[in-house]
Design a protein around this ligand. Sequence first.
Ligand SMILES: Cc1cc2nc3c(=O)[nH]c(=O)nc-3n(C[C@H](O)[C@H](O)[C@H](O)COP(=O)(O)OP(=O)(O)OC[C@H]3O[C@@H](n4cnc5c(N)ncnc54)[C@H](O)[C@@H]3O)c2cc1C
Length: 303
Amino acid sequence: MKPVERMIRQSRLFRPLVRRFIAGDTLEEAISASEALIAKGLLVTLDFLGENTNSEKEATEAKETFIRMLDRIAEVPAVKTWSPDKGKELLNISIKLTQCGLDQGEKFAEDNYREVLSTAMSHRNFVRVDMEGSDYTERTIAMIERVFPDFPNTGTVLQSYLYRTTEDVERIIRLQARVRIVKGAYLEPASVAFPEKSKVDEAYVTQSKRLLDAANYPAIASHDETIINEIKKYVAEKSIDKSKFEFQMLYGIRRDLQDGLKAEGFNVRVYVPFGDSWYPYFTRRLAERPANAFFILKSLFKG
Ligand SMILES: Cc1cc2nc3c(=O)[nH]c(=O)nc-3n(C[C@H](O)[C@H](O)[C@H](O)COP(=O)(O)OP(=O)(O)OC[C@H]3O[C@@H](n4cnc5c(N)ncnc54)[C@H](O)[C@@H]3O)c2cc1C
């Protein structure tokens, strides 16, 4: 563990900030946080935090956790009484292929992923594969293409900052797998991703509109109010029914916007992360918003 991570983990000062973005260390804490969101009319996707596994044993443990999550979700009273005609799943899960063991081998990861999907299928639930760094993009999309014909209860994520995404949007539309569109959270070189934020924003809007026109229940995942307003205008102009897509946002970010969109009748899904391996996720959230990092610096000098 690096010294900065140790300091952030051990200091009480950071606890409120960590807790703002991460629902807790345990599945039960994440379920409680999800139930509170569901009570407000929001949909949820649960994320067991963790990224690249170092061994087959670690990947197998992650797979078992995903299966436990799906079994536990099926016991949630609100899920039990949720009927499919009310919309998509009330509480689904998001996973990463590197958690399934992609670094240990493609076949090994795919077998684990399929096992998770099979459990999800038995509970009529859905598993989204998050998109990671650009080294994994092609392998992730190719795996979805292989698995989707057997398991239509899966989908993935595309990142607008990558130059390749305009073509990937068409690929995912041909497949008709559900896709979440995001700007992209990893540090990528200019050889693969737009360095300028304005270009990323522009691509994001164009790709979102294309997905709203032709994709299967796309998820527009952003906290960018200007973009959200543009999307709202677009769906109104094109008479796209609110049941045909959802907005998604991260736990603890722009809660006002989440509630506002819900009140306007949109489907809004909150991405709820939990687990002990929260550090990389947490630092990505800080990097997106200098004000959050500033809060930490201020605390350091105070304390
Ligand atoms: C549901 C969901 C799932 C995601 N899954 C993935 C994934 O699989 N792969 C991936 O690479 N990325 C993923 N992301 C992250 C995404 O790529 C962006 O890094 C993140 O959403 C910030 O971009 P933005 O669209 O909100 O716009 P930005 O332009 O970054 O931000 C717009 C505004 O949103 C608010 N905001 C944004 N971030 C924060 C923050 N951390 N704290 C406080 N306010 C903030 C601020 O008001 C900011 O001005 C996901 C995001 C969401 C919402």
